[in-house]
Design a protein around this ligand. Structure first.
Ligand code: NAP
Length: 256
């Protein structure tokens, strides 16, 4: 019997969980697609395809050639381009489609947040006075830090920053989340961090730094999310599994 083919566009923890839960069903084949940014992606419970599709046209061809029955955009909330491509290719091909996007963090009592529209804006908002900055924004978009070389940076990313930034005072930590509150507290106080630069990624895995900053009274310059794609969206894995089943059940079964 032919199986339903589900393409999950991944890049965040929830995508891996979603793919695993869908693949546990006997009538579904799942392929999880990753951009290939992380050098050693951690174990995945389903077959992977790694690397870009070659733009929106490439994604459209992939959906058609593989006869995808359902596509789910479970990319990171800041993966703006991939999400745009997904919406466009879904409407071009007519493949059932929805988005899994975890909720943004919301300000809690004691948070000292300064909103930024982009990383570059966030760097400006670090201010003119030299400060000890913890930059937890990944390694792909670090270039704007070089516009503010007067700060002292501690940069954390999954993979090493190579080559290092052209900055007089920057140190690097390569670490993969999830991060525990105790360790985040120790890091921020031990390093005498004065301000955290982060993206409003949402989710639990990297929230501890926000809580630690709150407890220690440290400012967080928080980059707002890009505009969400216009598509049906669920905000957790279980709802995504349920919606996937609903979408597949309402499709005529291709099997013999
Ligand atoms: P992006 O700017 O939205 O996408 C740039 C290009 O990378 C896309 O056009 C596509 O190339 C390729 N791509 C992105 N996600 C892909 C996927 N799941 N499968 C296949 N190709 C993909 O994305 P980004 O911000 O560079 O993020 C790259 C990946 O890292 C994403 O999967 C995202 O979920 C994950 N991630 C991003 C962040 C972040 O803060 N941006 C944080 C954590 C994880 P083609 O045009 O050639 O198809």
């Amino acid at each position: 019997m032919d199986k339903y083919r589900v393409l999950v566009l991944g890049g965040m923890t929830e995508a891996r969980e979603l793919a695993g839960r869908l693949a546990a069903r006997t009538n579904i084949d799942v392929v999880l697609s990753l951009a290939g940014r992380t050098r050693e992606p951690i174990g995945y419970p389903v077959p992977l395809r790694i690397g870009g599709f070659g733009g929106v046209r490439g994604l459209i061809d992939y959906i058609r050639e593989r006869e995808i029955d359902l596509m789910i955009d479970a990319t990171h909330p800041f993966a703006e381009q991939m999400s745009r491509h997904a919406v466009f290719s879904a409407s071009e091909t007519g493949v059932p489609f929805f988005v899994l996007s975890r909720p943004a963090w919301r300000k809690a009592e004691g948070d000292r947040w300064t909103d930024a529209d982009s990383i570059a804006d966030g760097v400006v908002k670090l201010g003119k006075k030299p400060r000890r900055v913890f930059a937890a924004i990944g390694r792909q978009e670090l270039a704007p830090l070089c516009d503010a070389p007067h700060h002292s940076y501690l940069v954390r990313s999954v993979d090493p920053v190579d080559p290092p930034l052209d900055l007089p005072d920057a140190r690097y930590i390569s670490e993969r989340g999830p991060f525990a509150l105790k360790a985040e507290r120790k890091l921020l106080s031990g390093e005498k961090i004065e301000v955290v630069l982060a993206k409003n990624s949402g989710g639990d895995a990297s929230y501890a730094k926000i809580v630690a900053a709150r407890e220690l009274g440290i400012e967080v310059v928080l980059v707002k999310r890009p505009k969400a794609a216009r598509a049906e969206t669920v905000d957790n894995v279980l709802d995504a599994v349920a919606l996937a089943r609903q979408r597949l059940d309402s499709r005529e079964y291709r099997g013999v």
